[in-house]
Write a protein that binds this ligand. Structure first.
Ligand code: ADP
Length: 225
């Protein structure tokens, strides 16, 4: 279990996360929703140890950063490194030896080509594959469905459900609400660095409603008044 207690994050004088407290349990898929700038990526970076913060993040089963697979919303690759070399590098970092990467190439990526030349969706699929091959216990996926084709979307949903069945902790963000309702056990609505609503599966509609209310309706009305 990961327990987050009163997490605050500031960039210069601007407070971006304002006292986040929640828990992530094994075997649960948790979605974080919120408009652009709400603080989702910053929150994920605090969890993965990429950003410092105030407050507490406690993990009861080991060293958190050694067990997290983080898929960033825009994965970055060193130049002149092939897809296969990237996977090799990340597996070696965790002491994992894989003989045949083609066998594990679930997204049919051109593993012998340079990763920096992959399309946006292919980059995402490569980075996602690496987190899976690392055999992590915790997965944080920032916008995994963004820019990815329909077939891969279906595959990613199946991967999420498989990770749940393997009792992993899975945390993700998505702007495509249906991808969350189909996979998540719990949703948190983040707005301006504060969790303003949370719901379990039977109440997901309330989150969707509150998101629409908070963002869309007033703006559209103002356009036509
Ligand atoms: P989201 O992922 O929900 O779109 P972010 O976490 O990326 O939101 O951003 C939250 C806020 O923090 C935004 O106002 C953004 O401009 C700001 N922010 C993010 N990263 C930095 C940074 N490195 N320096 C300063 N401000 C940042």
């Amino acid at each position: 279990m990961i327990e987050v207690k009163n997490l605050h994050k500031k960039y210069a004088n601007t407070e971006v996360l304002k006292g986040i407290s929640l828990e992530f349990k094994s075997g649960e898929i948790v979605g974080v929703v919120g408009e652009n700038g709400a603080g989702k990526t910053t929150f994920f970076k605090c969890l993965t140890g990429l950003e410092n913060f105030e407050g507490e993040i406690n993990y009861n089963s080991g060293i958190l950063k050694n067990e997290i697979g983080f898929l960033s919303s825009e994965p970055y690759f060193l130049s002149k490194i092939t897809g296969k070399e990237y996977l090799q590098l990340l597996c070696t970092a965790r002491g994992i030896n894989i003989k045949d990467f083609e066998e594990k190439n679930i997204f049919d990526l051109p593993l012998n080509k340079y990763a920096e030349n992959y399309s946006t969706g292919m980059k995402k699929k490569l980075a996602l594959t690496a987190t899976l091959l690392q055999n992590n216990n915790i997965f944080i996926f920032d916008e995994p469905f963004n820019g990815v084709d329909i077939q891969s979307n279906v595959l990613i949903k199946e991967v999420l459900l498989k990770l749940k069945s393997l009792n992993k902790i899975v945390i993700l963000s998505s702007h495509i609400f249906s991808t969350l309702t189909e996979t998540c056990d719990k949703l948190y609505h983040l707005k301006n660095g504060v969790i303003i609503n949370s719901a379990t599966k039977e109440n997901f509609a309330t989150i969707e409603e509150s998101m629409k209310e908070q963002t869309l309706s007033k703006k559209i009305d103002s356009l036509f008044n």
